[in-house]
Design a protein around this ligand. Structure first.
Ligand SMILES: Nc1ncnc2c1ncn2[C@@H]1O[C@H](COP(=O)(O)OP(=O)(O)OP(=O)(O)O)[C@@H](O)[C@H]1O
Length: 328
C-alpha cells in the first residue's frame, strides 16, 4: 500500500526555495535512509512528512487523502522534548495518547530495546538523563505508539556505539512487529546503508531517488570553456563531454546502471572492492562497495557472479556518460 504520494513540492522560507522536487512515493513498511549536505532540505522534508508544516506549493497525500495531521506518524527530532517528570511518567504518557491503559511489561520491553536498563532508569527524573539517554527515552516513547510511520531526524547523533546498535535493533523490531515505515536522516552513510532498504538523497533541495549507492553529486568542476568534470580526489578526473549547458548546482548524477565494471572501451579508473554484501531486499543480488579516490560507489551484481569478485580486489571502473541525469 502506498502511504505517501508527494507531487510538485516546493518549500520556501522567506522567498528562498529550500525544497523543490516533482514526485515522491513511499510505501508501507519501507525503511528509507535520507542523506545530503547541511542545509539540503532533509529536516524540512521530514517535517512535511510529519505534517508539522505544509508545503508552499504542491500536494501531499497520505493513504490517498489530504490530511493535516495523523496519529499514525511519529517523529523523533534531534532535541528530544520530555515532560518534566520521570522516565516512567514520560513513557506512560504514550498510552494516554493511544487511549490505552499503561502496561509496565511493555514499558520495560521498549526500555531494554533502546538500551535503558529498566531497573536503573524507570524512576529517573527527566533532568537526571544525559543527552544520549534522553534520545533513548524519546525513541522508546515512539515505539510505544506503534506508529505506521516513524520519522527519525539524526537519531544517533548523541549516541555511543552501543546506543547506535540498539537503535538499529529497535528499527528492525518496530518494522517487524508493526510493519512500520521508518524514514531516517543521518550523516552517517555506513549506518544508513545497513539500516535502510532504500536511499534518498537531497542536493540543494532536489531529491535524488535512485538507490544512492550509484550516484555522486558534488565535486563537479568546470573547465575554462564550461565543460564539466568530476574530481575523484586521487588526481583522476572524469570528463563530461557536451556538458556546457548543465548547471552544476542542479546536481549531476550517474546512476548505478551506468557504472561499468572492467569496461572494454572508454575511459576507466582503478578502484578497489572494499565491501561485498547480500542485498537485503530480494536476496538475489550482491552489493559491491567500491572505493575510487574519495568516493565510495556501489554496484549491484547478480548473485551468480559472486565468485568473480573478492574483497580488496583491484577493479577497473568506467562510466557510461550517456547516462548522466540532471537533477532539478
Ligand atoms: N523555519 C525556517 N525558517 C527559515 N529558514 C529555514 C527554516 N528551517 C530551515 N530553513 C533553511 O532551509 C534550508 C534547509 O534546512 P533543513 O534543516 O531542511 O536542512 P538539512 O538538510 O536538514 O540540514 P542539516 O544537515 O544541517 O540538518 C536551510 O538553508 C535552512 O537554513
Amino acid at each position: 500500500m502506498i502511504l505517501y504520494k508527494l507531487s510538485n513540492i516546493t518549500q520556501r522560507y522567506h522567498q528562498k526555495v529550500v525544497l523543490d522536487f516533482k514526485s515522491l512515493e513511499i510505501s508501507e513498511g519501507e525503511i528509507i535512509g535520507i542523506s545530503g549536505k547541511n542545509g539540503s532540505g532533509k529536516s524540512t522534508l521530514l517535517r512535511l512528512l510529519a505534517f508539522l508544516e505544509t508545503p508552499s506549493e504542491g500536494e501531499i497525500f497520505y493513504r490517498g487523502e489530504r490530511v493535516s495531521a495523523s496519529d499514525e506518524v511519529a517523529i523523533l527530532l534531534p532535541e528530544v522534548y520530555l515532560l518534566s517528570r520521570s522516565v516512567r511518567a514520560n513513557l506512560e504518557y504514550m498510552f494516554k495518547i493511544r487511549k490505552k491503559s499503561p502496561s509496565i511489561e511493555k514499558i520495560k520491553e521498549v526500555m531494554e530495546l533502546v538500551g535503558l536498563e529498566s531497573e536503573k532508569f524507570l524512576h529517573r527524573e527527566h533532568y537526571e538523563l544525559s543527552s544520549g539517554e534522553r534520545q533513548r527515552v524519546g525513541l522508546a516513547q515512539r515505539l510505544l505508539l506503534e506508529p505506521r510511520v516513524l520519522l527519525l531526524d539524526e537519531p544517533t547523533n548523541s549516541l555511543d556505539s552501543a546506543g547506535t546498535e540498539a537503535f538499529s535493533k529497535a528499527i528492525e523490531w518496530v518494522h517487524h512487529h508493526f510493519n512500520t515505515c521508518v524514514i531516517t536522516i543521518s550523516h552517517d552513510k555506513k549506518w544508513l546503508d545497513s539500516n535502510s532498504n532504500r536511499r534518498l538523497k537531497l542536493h540543494f533541495g532536489s531529491l535524488i531517488t535512485q538507490n544512492d549507492a550509484n550516484l555522486f553529486s558534488h565535486n563537479w568542476s568546470e573547465t575554462h570553456n564550461g565543460e564539466k568534470f568530476y574530481e575523484f580526489g586521487n588526481g583522476e578526473v572524469l570528463l563530461l563531454p557536451n556538458s556546457r549547458q548543465i548547471d552544476r548546482r542542479e546536481g549531476i548524477v550517474i546512476t548505478q546502471d551506468h557504472l561499468l565494471l572492467e569496461p572494454k572501451v572508454g575511459q576507466s579508473f582503478e578502484g578497489e572492492i572494499i565491501g561485498i554484501r547480500l542485498e537485503p531486499k530480494e536476496k538475489k543480488e550482491l552489493m559491491l562497495e567500491l572505493k575510487l579516490g574519495d568516493e565510495i560507489l556501489k554496484k549491484l551484481i547478480p548473485l551468480e557472479q559472486a565468485s568473480e569478485y573478492k574483497i580488496f580486489q583491484k577493479i577497473r571502473i568506467g562510466f557510461d556518460v550517456e547516462g548522466i541525469l540532471r537533477v532539478n
